[in-house]
Ligand binder design. Structure first.
Ligand code: B12
Length: 291
């Protein structure tokens, strides 16, 4: 039987900086917390699916890990921080697979499934339940050490682990994120996704004049860091210890991609988180960026 203390030790050894355990099944209040009146089209629309095992076994616990990605950088950038290095889906999955391999070698009859971003699981809520931090008014999940510049990955497992308790700490409530948001999409409770710059840079199709004007407000052609950059919880945070996130390419050469075929673009940038929508969307956004 792996105890939570051993889990911490294994994670230290394989360079996963923060780990906690969330209960499974999720608490009753999950339905209310995950309910949104007007959910973003990239969100799993069916709350029941978010509460299901999403694996071919019945889990008894959820192991939640954080992957910090902050690296100080003052040079030019036209990409959001979360896309400056290798695609986090690739990196998080690799680390979680190493953790699964270690756990499996100690518990060969147990089952495991890995989840990060693309699964119906509500990643931020899982991290909150695992005691790894708290929510900001910008809706981001904040860890007291690493700030909100953390990716979240979860392993559902048949292993019995003692769940951690959610943290009692809360965001400072300074409202800087609400005041600085380029699309005014943050409120006390709701989140108006359709004016969020991050959403607009990932949305397909033509943009309205209002949408273009929101993209114009900052130099990023993919994603948005506005509400996180001003957050006091993100000041003086340490550089990520994760090697894969230390190598930075914050400036995309748009002239170069303009002349690439889709296949060439995939070969050159397929391992970056900004590539999932393809080069056409990046070139569309770039028309509204002032250099
Ligand atoms: C759809 C999506 C988006 C959409 C919509 C975002 C949104 N706010 O809903 C768009 C495209 C806009 C987006 C943008 C970004 N995203 Co995104 N996105 C997702 C995705 C796939 C689903 C999010 C979702 O379910 N939203 C619906 C609502 C109901 O859930 P929620 O976002 O988790 O929000 C919770 C809090 O607001 C919470 N809450 C607020 N107060 C309180 C208080 C209490 C007590 C409790 C319990 C809960 C609570 O309630 C919600 C439910 O738990 C997740 C991956 C996943 N599978 O979860 C990544 C994810 C949320 N995204 C991520 C990232 C990195 C980003 C960006 C920072 C990228 C960027 N730089 O441009 C921005 C941040 C924008 C923002 N301010 O939220 C990370 C967030 C990491 C973190 N530290 O928070 C995630 C978790 C991916 C990952 N695995 O790392 N994203």
């Amino acid at each position: 039987m792996v105890k939570n203390m051993n889990l911490q030790k294994i994670c230290n050894e394989i360079h996963i900086p923060a780990v906690g355990v969330a209960p499974w099944p999720l608490p009753k209040e999950a339905r209310q917390i995950l309910f949104e009146e007007n959910p973003c089209p990239f969100t799993e629309p069916n709350i029941e699916n978010r509460l299901q095992p999403v694996s071919n076994f019945i889990p008894r616990s959820a192991i939640v890990c954080l992957f910090p990605y902050y690296v100080p950088h003052n040079g030019p950038s036209n990409l959001s921080r979360y896309t400056w290095s290798t695609d986090y889906h690739v990196v998080v999955n690799k680390y979680l697979q190493t953790l699964v391999d270690q756990l499996r070698s100690l518990n060969e009859n147990e089952s495991f499934s890995i989840h990060c971003d693309t699964s119906p699981l509500a990643d931020r809520y899982m991290a909150y339940l695992a005691g790894l931090g708290f929510y900001g008014k910008n809706k981001c999940f904040i860890n007291p050490t690493w700030g909100s510049y953390v990716f979240i990955g979860t392993i559902l497992t048949t292993m019995h682990l003692e769940p951690n308790r959610p943290s009692q700490e809360t965001c400072l409530g300074c409202n800087r994120c609400i005041e600085t948001c380029l699309g005014d999409c943050l409120g006390e409770s709701n989140f108006t996704y359709n004016t969020c710059k991050s959403y607009l840079t990932q949305k397909k199709g033509d943009l309205t004049d209002e949408e273009r004007s929101i993209i114009r407000k900052s130099p990023l052609l993919f994603g948005c860091d506005q509400c996180q950059d001003v957050c006091p919880h993100n000041q003086n945070i340490p550089t990520t210890p994760i090697e894969e996130f230390q190598h930075l390419e914050p400036l995309l050469d748009v002239n170069e991609i303009e002349h690439m075929t889709n296949k060439q673009f995939k070969t050159a940038y397929g391992d970056r988180a900004f590539s999932w929508r393809g080069k056409t969307i990046l070139l569309r956004n770039n028309k509204y960026i002032k250099y």
